[in-house]
Design a protein around this ligand. Sequence first.
Ligand code: SF4
Length: 350
Amino acid sequence: MRHTRQANLGTVTIGGGASVSIQSMTTLRTANVSGVKAQIDALVKAGCEIVRVAVRDRDDADALPAILDGLSIPLVADIHFHADLALLAIRHGVHGIRVNPGNIGGEKGLEAVVNAARKRDVCIRVGVNGGSLERRFGKATPENLAKSALDKLSMIEKLGHANLKASLKASDPSLTLQANRLFAARSDIPLHLGLTEAGPPLSGAVRSSAVMSLLLSEGIGDTIRISLSGDPVREVLVAKTLLETLRLREPGGRVISCPTCGRCRLENLAEIAGEAETMLLQTGRPVTIAVMGCEVNGPKEAKQADIGIFGGGEKAVFLVKNRPPRTVPTPHILSTLKGILADWPETREP
Ligand code: SF4
């Protein structure tokens, strides 16, 4: 396990032995306060622990106080090109800012931002990106990404600010992997992991998970964002699933479903499994649900789950822990499941 120092982002601790936190980013124009607040609510409900918004101009910066009002998780302002917007975001009370050393307005601009952040103990993420590496570091190689991050972080530390984290991202998985390993070997500053511009939901989730699994299993990474095109709630769900799979957090509810084959006797199995997952998300119940297509693996998997459903033509069998088996007509599967989940305890029995 890599030993990192601690960074503080509002109520969330990053590094220093804290559990790996999940973050995401809103996709709407930040000046659209009601839209952004609704998106953040959905992210929080899905399990997001830190949220970032893009601050492109003065209108976006001026929206920050309204977004912060009543917010239950830390807010990070993502700023490129304009040190003055970073200063304004800090004045408005954001918990963290993300700056790219390649475009924050030279050393003077960065110095002003660091001084303001130090006074309010605002966490700064130095986010180095393969696509916008400072020119003087040349080509985007693992060594140059690590050097750029270390150079800026050392400058910020000399200005007396220690509440820091770093990210080294590229769209190339191998470059991201190697750059993070190099950085982790040379610094104890906590790392935000991500694969930038990872791609559409399916391929992006696979690429990100592959890189992050390797790094996290080496003890590298203190907070993660799975960047995916589209609805950011999906980013949080993938991140949660990844951390649970790696046993870096307690498993919550999950659905096990068979891939189906020519033996499948449960029509619409994929839809039923998808709906079951949505119900788990909505209810937050820590339940394992198995949805299986036939009697080959169905009964055994169903028995091991908290709620097992396996198919047989017009009827499906429900095996619910500590209850006698029950047969229901297949069109009633989802309503039956909804009723069982409504009565399920909110916490897992020890
Ligand atoms: Fe096929 Fe049955 Fe296995 Fe599902 S459980 S994949 S339907 S054999």
